[in-house]
Design a protein around this ligand. Structure first.
Ligand code: HPA
Ligand code: ZN
Length: 326
């Protein structure tokens, strides 16, 4: 009601978004036709109906399948522009966009096509709608350290256009420490570091992200709450958590939205933020994620304000830019 109106009207950030996860069924079908690719769905409704997941891996299977329609620079441009148009309607003024180069390189799509398409749309979005942005290149953790190093080599000519690196895909069995050396090299190259941790993986993976990798941010972080030492570490470092409520629900990280730990995180002094993760698959963009919290948790206007401010404080934007919004 009034809290929802406040959220809809407030300028917001998005700090955890996989651009490939913003591929709506309509665009998926249009690109499949354009590129002459067969989809395993009869219709857009059929695709949507298939988006019911038991866990992260169940989602990832359809996510990698869906992105097979992304072939050309123009496809990545169209994908990214559609996302920006959608978040502009939500009053998102700054977005930090993750992409998965390995998932495209292994299909024969050149790094440059992916980067140029995404970035050209981001530039247009900045010019036309005033949406500022950063780009985050994410390593697939189910692949090897060697593959991550190869990807970094492929990215090397373009690194001044990439602000940070991340770590995503199947978490269990692929701890942050598996990528300690790649991330160390990325830090030497001047990149910011983030990693998915504590989504399905244990609190120790969050600890590793902090202590072994030395991340600047944690994506998700839910399961940190199971270990008070890890909570203390996160609070002491004022570490931003990019939390994704609808994603958590759809991937069974939580049994129902009323069980979401967002308020527990705030009460523990953690710098939690609200984000959409893979909006085309999880049923909503940033405002939908805020609305889900408002509908199912006893969230106060102070707490909502805190979440909005955390989004700007946790963003990789310069202070002059941040001040415009706070
Ligand atoms: N978790 C891990 N990897 C991912 C996700 C996620 O939510 N979305 C896209 N890749
Ligand atoms: Zn994610």
């Amino acid at each position: 009601e009034s809290l929802k109106r406040l959220i809809e009207q407030a300028p917001k950030t998005e700090l955890h978004l996989h651009i490939e996860g913003s591929l709506e069924p309509e665009l998926m079908f249009a690109l499949a036709r354009r590129n002459d690719i067969d989809l395993p769905y009869d219709s857009e409704e059929d695709a949507r109906a298939a988006y019911q997941f038991d866990d992260l891996q169940g989602f990832l299977d359809l996510y990698y399948q869906g992105m097979s329609v992304l072939q050309t620079e123009q496809d990545f441009y169209d994908l990214t522009l559609a996302y920006l148009e959608r978040i502009h309607a939500d009053n998102v003024v700054h977005t930090e966009v993750m992409f998965d180069p390995q998932a495209h390189l292994e299909r024969g799509v050149p790094f440059e096509a992916v980067l140029n398409g995404i970035e050209r749309a981001l530039e247009d979005g900045q010019r036309d709608w005033g949406i500022s942005y950063k780009l985050i290149m994410s390593f697939l953790r189910h692949l090897s350290e060697e593959s991550a190093f190869e990807t970094l080599t492929a990215a090397e000519p373009y690194l001044e256009r990439i602000y940070a690196v991340g770590l995503d895909s199947g978490e269990q069995g692929h701890p942050p420490e598996k990528f300690a050396r790649v991330f160390e090299r990325c830090r030497e190259l001047g990149l910011k570091l983030t990693a998915h941790a504590g989504e399905e993986g244990p609190p120790d993976y969050v600890r590793q992200a902090l202590e072994v990798i030395g991340v600047d941010r944690i994506d998700h972080g839910n399961r940190a709450l199971e270990d008070e030492d890890v909570v203390r570490m996160l609070a002491q470092r004022n570490m931003t958590l990019t939390v994704c409520p609808l994603s958590n629900l759809k991937l069974n990280v939580i049994p129902e939205m009323s069980q979401h730990p967002m308020l527990a995180m705030l009460n523990a002094g953690l710098k939690a933020t609200v984000n959409s993760d893979d909006p085309a698959y999880f049923g909503g963009y940033v405002n939908d994620n805020y609305r889900a919290l408002i509908d199912h948790l006893p969230v106060s206007s102070e707490q909502l304000h805190r979440l909005l401010v955390n989004g700007f404080e946790g963003a990789w934007m310069d202070d002059a830019e941040r001040k415009k919004h706070l």
